[in-house]
Design a protein around this ligand. Structure first.
Ligand code: HPA
Length: 273
């Protein structure tokens, strides 16, 4: 059933895409500009892809952009789906299944996140070394299709050591400061309380957001290699006196987009070699 839906979406996309993509990109809040860098771009609104949910949150365009980036054939999600919008985690992660069906081997997942680590400042970039799932659920709950992946997928190296090294080297070459840390997924849509942020810090979290973890779990289930980059858009709740606002998240992403773009493009260029 699931597999049929995945194949149906992949068939529609294959007919419209210039070439099968090798690299997938999921672009977070305010980071969709990366898709504008894609050459020979074919833009496909989610409404035109069977099985795709339709994005509702502000700051998310809601389309796939396929084409070439730094010599690589890529497919980018400009706008993603969140659990807090009311979609099931199967729906949230459906595009990852479709990317896999199209031939994507490496998935670069990006997001805007609140900084929990006291060393972080808004506008910093953090490479995700690992994650903590506080969603209280998992996209793989339900019957497992062994054709898609194993019942009990290993998560020891959810974020590929190889890709992390590649990103680290690229950042050093470009003179971009790149933190490394643990991303914690909160269910949202309310931001965390200051007490929750203290808890997350005790648990070992460096950044907190409302996405990414479901997509990464499914990507690993499907055997894809994952790189995760967070844009620290704000300090988490209680770390300053200011209340949190989504506008701040989008504004900060806008401010760091130059470095963000340079870093992702350098990583893609390496992968294309
Ligand atoms: N908390 C949760 N999600 C977020 C935040 C935050 O502080 N900033 C951006 N996404």
């Amino acid at each position: 059933m699931d597999r049929q839906a995945i194949e149906k979406a992949a068939d529609v996309l294959r007919q419209r895409m210039p070439a099968p993509p090798a690299i997938g990109l999921i672009l977070g809040s305010g980071l969709g500009v990366l898709a504008d860098e894609i050459e020979e771009a074919v833009r496909i609104p989610y409404e035109e892809i069977p099985g795709f949910p339709v994005s509702t949150v502000e700051g998310h365009a809601g389309r796939l952009v396929c084409g070439r980036l730094e010599g690589a054939s890529v497919v980018a999600m400009q706008g993603r789906f969140h659990y807090y919008e009311g979609y099931s985690l199967r729906e949230v992660t459906f595009p990852v299944r479709v990317m896999k069906a199209l031939g994507v081997r490496e998935l670069i997942v990006t997001n805007a996140a609140g900084g929990v680590n006291e060393q972080f400042r808004p506008g910093d970039l953090m490479m995700i070394s690992d994650h903590i799932n506080l969603l209280g659920t998992n996209p793989l709950i339900g019957p497992n299709d062994p054709e898609l992946g194993p019942r009990f997928p290993d998560m020891t190296e959810a974020y590929s050591r190889r890709l992390r090294q590649l990103a680290k080297d690229a950042a050093a070459r470009l003179g971009i400061r790149l933190h490394e840390g643990v991303y914690v997924a909160n269910i949202g849509p309310s931001y965390e309380t200051p007490a929750e942020i203290r808890m997350i810090r005790v648990l070992g979290g460096d950044a907190v957001g409302m996405s990414t973890v479901p997509e990464v779990i499914v990507a690993r289930h499907a055997g894809m290699e994952v790189l995760g980059i967070s844009c620290i858009s704000n300090l988490a709740a209680g770390m300053t006196d200011a209340p949190l606002h989504h506008d701040e998240v989008v504004e900060t992403a806008e401010r760091v987009k130059a470095d963000f773009l340079r870093l992702i493009k350098a990583v893609v260029a390496e992968l294309a070699k």
